[in-house]
Design a protein around this ligand. Structure first.
Ligand code: UTP
Length: 227
C-alpha cells in the first residue's frame, strides 16, 4: 500500500473564487483515492497568511511572531478541508508531523497545517513523509512544473519533466532569498534527499493531474527522483 503526503499551497486551496466549490471537489477526490493509498495532507496559508504577515510586520511583529500568524492561518485552512472531508476527515487538526503520520489509515485523510516557526508547510510535508517512511510527496502548487527560471518573468525558462533531487537542491538554493523558496522549502528538499523520498511537483488546480500524482501515475508536472 503506497503512502503519500500531499502539500497543498494556500493559494490553490483558497483560489478566492468559488472556494467552497474547489475545496469540495478536492475533498471528494481525496476521499476517493484514500481507499487506494494512505494519504496525509498539509495545507499552506496563501494570501490570507501574507495579509497577516504584512499587517503584523507593520505593527512591529518579530519574524517569529509573523511565522506564528502564518501557522495559525495554515491550521484554519486545514480545518476547512477537514470539514469538507466529512466522514473521511479525522475531525481534528494534528499538531505535529508524527501525530499526523500516526492518524493515517485507509479511507481517512488527516489534514494539518504548520508546526513551528522557521519553515513552511512544504517542510512539514517532508517531516510527515519521514515520520511514516512515505513513498512520495506531492507538491500541489499553482505552478504546473519546475522550470529552469521563473516562467512569469523569463519567456525562455524551460519546463523540466524529470530531475534529480540534487538538481532541485541547486534550484532552491540558487533562488533569490537563500532560505525561502517558491519552488519547495529547502529544508523539505534536504529531508526528502536524506530519506530518499521522491517529489512530484504538479498544478494543484488540476484535480486529474493531482490524482494521478497521488496514485503514482504519469504526470504533466515535474518528477523529482530521490533514489
Ligand atoms: P506556507 O507553507 O503557506 O508558506 O506557510 P509560504 O511559502 O508562505 O507559502 P507557499 O509555499 O508559497 O504557498 C505560511 C507561513 O506560515 C509560517 C511561515 O511564515 C510561512 O511563510 N509557517 C508555516 C511556519 O512558520 N511554520 C510552519 O510549520 C508553517
Amino acid at each position: 500500500m503506497d503512502r503519500v503526503v500531499v502539500s497543498i499551497g494556500g493559494s490553490v486551496l483558497i483560489p478566492e473564487k468559488d472556494d467552497a466549490k474547489y475545496i469540495k471537489a478536492l475533498a471528494d477526490m481525496l476521499r476517493d483515492v484514500s481507499k487506494e493509498v494512505e494519504i496525509m495532507v498539509v495545507c499552506g496559508g496563501g494570501k490570507v497568511s501574507r495579509y497577516y504577515s504584512k499587517t503584523g510586520k507593520e505593527l512591529g511583529g518579530t519574524t517569529y511572531q509573523l511565522d506564528e500568524l502564518g501557522i495559525g492561518v495554515t491550521k484554519v485552512n486545514a480545518k476547512l478541508l477537514d470539514i469538507a472531508l466529512g466522514d473521511a476527515g479525522i475531525g481534528k487538526v494534528p499538531q505535529t508531523a508524527e501525530e499526523c503520520a500516526s492518524e493515517r489509515r485507509i479511507g481517512k485523510v488527516p489534514v494539518m497545517g504548520g508546526t513551528e516557526p522557521g519553515h513552511t508547510t512544504d517542510a512539514v510535508a517532508a517531516m510527515i513523509a519521514k515520520a511514516c517512511d512515505a513513498d512520495r510527496i506531492v507538491n500541489a502548487s499553482n505552478v504546473d512544473a519546475v522550470y529552469t527560471d521563473d516562467p512569469r518573468t523569463n519567456p525562455n525558462a524551460k519546463r523540466l519533466d524529470k530531475i534529480t533531487i540534487d538538481d532541485l537542491e541547486k534550484i532552491v538554493y540558487d533562488e533569490h532569498d537563500a532560505c525561502r523558496s517558491s519552488v519547495f522549502d529547502p529544508l523539505g528538499v534536504k529531508i526528502a534527499k536524506e530519506h530518499r523520498i521522491d517529489l512530484l511537483m504538479v498544478d494543484g488546480r488540476d484535480l486529474v493531474e493531482l490524482k494521478n500524482a497521488i496514485l503514482g501515475k504519469e504526470i504533466n508536472g515535474t518528477f523529482v527522483n530521490s533514489q
